[in-house]
Design a protein around this ligand. Structure first.
Ligand code: TYM
Length: 345
C-alpha cells in the first residue's frame, strides 16, 4: 500500500541545543519543508525519562520551539508542537509496549550508554523510550524521519514495531479496510557531511548536551566571541589539512572540523579540502569561525528574542498541538478498531 508521504522528527528539551542538533537534524527539518508535509515535535515526554527541573523543562521546551522558528521552520505550513499536548503519543506507546519484545529493547546501545552501571536505578521510561519514539512517528504514519546518526538504531526498532504490528494484526487490518499494512516503514534520513558531529575536545566522542565541558560543543545561543573561542580551542593535530578525503582517515578531529565546515557551507568535505588542502589549522579555524558566526549568530539572536515572548511561543505550540491531535486522533481510532478495543463512536 502507498502511504501519504509525511516527515516527522523530534528534539528533546533538555537544554543546550548545539551544533550537532543543528547540523544533524534541524537544518534537515528546514530543507524538507519545501517538499513534504512536516511535523516537528518538542519531545517533553522523552525528556522526563531522566529527572527534569519543572520550570527548566518549560523554559527548555520554549527554547527548542524558538530554535525551530529561528532556523526557519514555518509554523503555518508545518506543525510545531510539544509532545505532552497530544495524548495519543503515550496511548500508542502503550500498545507498542505490548508489541515490542524485551530482547529488542535489550539491544539498544543508547540505553546501555545512558544507564551505564546504574541500570537498576534508572527509570522504566528510559528503558521503554524507543517504543515511545516509534509511537511518535507512527501515530502520524510518517514515512520519513530526519535524524542524526545516533538515532539510527531507534529508527530500526520503529520499523520492526511497525512490521510486527502489521503482521500480528494482519487479519484485523484487512477486515477494517486498511489493506496489507496499517503502518508504513519509516525511512531514516541521515545524510550529508555532519550526521555525527563530534566533541570539539575529543574527536572520538559525540558532541552532546550532557558533556560537562561547554568547550566540547557550540551552543545555538552562544555569542560570536564564545563561538570564536571554542573553535580556536578545538582540538586538532599538528599536520596541515589534506587535499583528499582519504587523508582524513585516522584524523578524527580534522575530519570533524572539515565536516562541520562542509555542512555549514552546504557543500561536501571534498569541496572544502579542495579549497583548504595544505592549509594549517590556524588558517582553517579562522575561516571556520567566520562561517560559524555568520550562520549561527543570527539564529542565536533570534532565539533570544523569541524566548522573551512565551505567550507567542505557547500559541504556536497550542496551534500545532491542535493540528497534530487531529491526525493522531484518527490513527488512534483506527488502532483501537484494529486491536479490538470497544470505543465511543
Ligand atoms: P535528541 O534530542 O538527543 O537530538 C535531536 C536531534 O539531534 C541529533 N543529534 C546529532 N546529530 C549529529 N551529531 C550530533 N552530535 C548529534 N547530537 C544529536 C539527533 O540524532 C536528533 O536527530 N530520541 C530523539 C528524539 C526523538 C525523535 C522521535 C526523533 C523522540 N521521538 C521521533 C525522531 C523521531 C533524541 O533524543 O534526540
Amino acid at each position: 500500500m502507498a502511504f501519504k508521504e509525511r516527515v516527522f522528527s523530534g528534539v528533546q528539551p533538555t537544554g543546550n541545543l548545539h551544533l550537532g542538533n543543528y547540523l544533524g537534524a534541524i537544518t534537515k527539518f528546514v530543507a524538507l519543508q519545501d517538499t513534504y508535509d512536516c511535523i516537528y515535535c518538542v519531545v517533553d515526554l522523552h525528556a522526563i525519562t531522566v529527572w527534569q527541573d519543572p520550570p527548566e523543562l518549560m523554559r527548555n521546551t520554549r527554547e527548542v520551539t524558538a530554535a525551530f522558528l529561528a532556523c526557519g521552520i514555518d509554523p503555518k505550513k508545518q506543525i510545531i508542537f510539544n509532545q505532552s499536548q497530544v495524548a495519543e503519543h503515550a496511548e500508542l506507546a502503550w500498545v507498542f509496549n505490548c508489541v515490542a519484545r524485551l530482547g529488542w529493547l535489550n539491544r539498544m546501545t543508547q540505553f546501555k550508554e545512558k544507564a551505564g552501571k546504574d541500570r537498576e536505578n534508572v527509570s522504566v521510561g528510559l528503558y521503554a523510550y524507543p517504543n515511545l519514539m516509534a509511537a511518535d512517528i507512527l501515530v502520524y504514519r510518517a514515512t520519513h524521519v530526519p535524524v542524526g546518526e545516533d538515532q539510527k538504531q531507534h529508527l530500526e526498532l520503529a520499523r520492526d514495531i511497525a512490521q510486527k504490528f502489521n503482521v500480528d494484526f494482519a487479519t484485523s487490518i484487512h477486515a477494517h479496510g486498511y489493506g496489507d499494512a496499517f503502518f508504513p516503514q519509516p525511512e531514516p534520513i541521515i545524510q550529508g557531511p555532519a550526521t555525527r558531529v563530534m566533541s570539539l575536545r575529543d574527536g572520538s566522542k559525540k558532541m552532546s548536551k550532557s558533556e560537562p565541558s561547554d568547550y566540547s560543543r557550540i551552543n545555538l545561543t552562544d555569542d560570536a566571541d564564545t563561538i570564536a573561542q571554542k573553535v580556536r580551542k578545538a582540538k586538532t593535530d599538528p599536520e596541515a589539512l589534506p587535499s583528499e578525503e582519504e587523508g582524513l582517515k585516522a584524523r578524527p578531529e580534522a575530519d570533524n572540523l572539515v565536516g562541520i565546515y562542509a555542512a555549514l557551507n552546504n557543500t561536501t568535505k571534498a569541496a572544502v579540502l579542495s579549497e583548504f588542502g595544505g592549509a594549517q589549522f590556524s588558517t582553517f579555524k579562522m575561516a571556520l569561525v567566520d562561517l560559524s558566526v555568520a550562520k549561527l549568530g543570527p539564529i542565536g539572536s533570534e532565539m533570544k528574542k523569541l524566548v522573551q515572548d512565551p505567550v507567542y511561543i505557547d500559541s504556536i505550540l497550542a496551534d500545532g498541538s491542535a493540528r497534530a491531535s487531529a491526525i493522531a486522533g484518527e490513527t488512534m481510532k483506527a488502532v483501537k478498531d484494529i486491536v479490538g478495543f470497544v470505543r465511543r463512536s
